[in-house]
Design a protein around this ligand. Sequence first.
Ligand SMILES: Cc1cc2nc3c(=O)[nH]c(=O)nc-3n(C[C@H](O)[C@H](O)[C@H](O)COP(=O)(O)OP(=O)(O)OC[C@H]3O[C@@H](n4cnc5c(N)ncnc54)[C@H](O)[C@@H]3O)c2cc1C
Length: 379
Amino acid sequence: MRLDLSPEHAALRDALREFSQSVVKPAAGSVDREHRWPVEAIEGARALDLMGILVPEEYGGAGLDHLAFTICIEELAAACASTAVIVDVHNSVASEPIVLFGSEEQKRAWLPRLASGEVLGAFALTEPSSGSDAASLKTTAKRFGQEFVLSGTKVFITNAGQAGLYVVFARTGADDRAAGISAFLVPADAQGLKVGQLFKKMGLNGSPTAELVLEEVKVPAAALLNAEGKGFTVAMRALDSGRIGISGQALGIAEAAFSEALAYTREREQFGQPVAAFQGVGFMLADMATRIAAARQMAYHAASLCSAGKPFTLEASMAKLFSTDTAMDVAIDAVQLAGGYGYMNDYPFERHFRDAKALQIYEGSNQVQRVVIARELLS
Ligand SMILES: Cc1cc2nc3c(=O)[nH]c(=O)nc-3n(C[C@H](O)[C@H](O)[C@H](O)COP(=O)(O)OP(=O)(O)OC[C@H]3O[C@@H](n4cnc5c(N)ncnc54)[C@H](O)[C@@H]3O)c2cc1C
């Protein structure tokens, strides 16, 4: 389905599609099978200025809006979902908080390096005992004069091991909920910061997800992002627009699974005709395409509200919920439509299926999106 994009957004889509289909997609199968870092895709993304999409030009970024960002992530995800999540996390929840909450000194120190791709960013909120209830996190940051000392363990951290900068959330205050949490910019080479176990996952195998262990990591007070005790605001704002990026990932996976199922069912013949000609198959294709079109409208709408500086929490959560459920359902149906071949790893269908599942869980599970949506509706 064609959407009425501005000439600039349409040109960006064309350029990203060309790059993603010619450079990123051919490596996606081996990236998944070998659980390897998608080196060709990330090098290409650096060269194309995709590591600073939301960073203002004065700090070396592309200075593009959230619709452009969504389009970039969507096109990458249609080729390789692992690449998309790496680039998404780096641009959104790792870099954007510095754009929004960073001091001038922090912006000058980090944004040009993040935008060029010299430094990769990661976002470290989740802990072994705090996921959906992020306000109950236990990592501590104790102040000693002009220094903080961070101790604790984070889990499921995307880009851990590859990142040069971690946005880390830790408890500085006596309040045991959100008001006691602060955010810190912690360089990967800080003494005491270690990457722990690398998790073995169901999908997104090219994207490293690891434990981050902080053993008395000393950072200067200048590493505090936003005021002390205001870290939860940073996390929630990062996740609000981060959910638009996840919607982009979902659109890409769904579009890839759908278009491959469409091509397969046109080609595959049973009972003397292409299986796509059976009404039972055609109706499934119709539902898949309809849901993707609706998800795209929702994601682009949330992105446009965000770029316009309007409230977008409700719309971003709705888009994340609907688009990631759509990606999962479309991926399941695509496996079904390819029959036994859909189940075999010679075809990409089962990869889309495994990759799609994570999207319903991270950056706020889909139950948590419903909590957010209901709260916004009732507020
Ligand atoms: C591949 C991957 C990458 C990730 N990357 C990062 C990262 O880079 N940085 C980071 O900080 N985290 C990351 N995460 C963590 C992710 O954000 C959490 O897994 C997610 O927030 C859910 O937390 P949890 O796993 O602790 O589940 P839990 O919070 O324990 O939830 C368990 C179940 O209970 C449900 N549930 C919880 N609360 C409610 C409620 N109030 N109402 C209804 N149902 C509820 C959940 O939806 C879920 O079904 C990643 C996770 C994955 C899988």
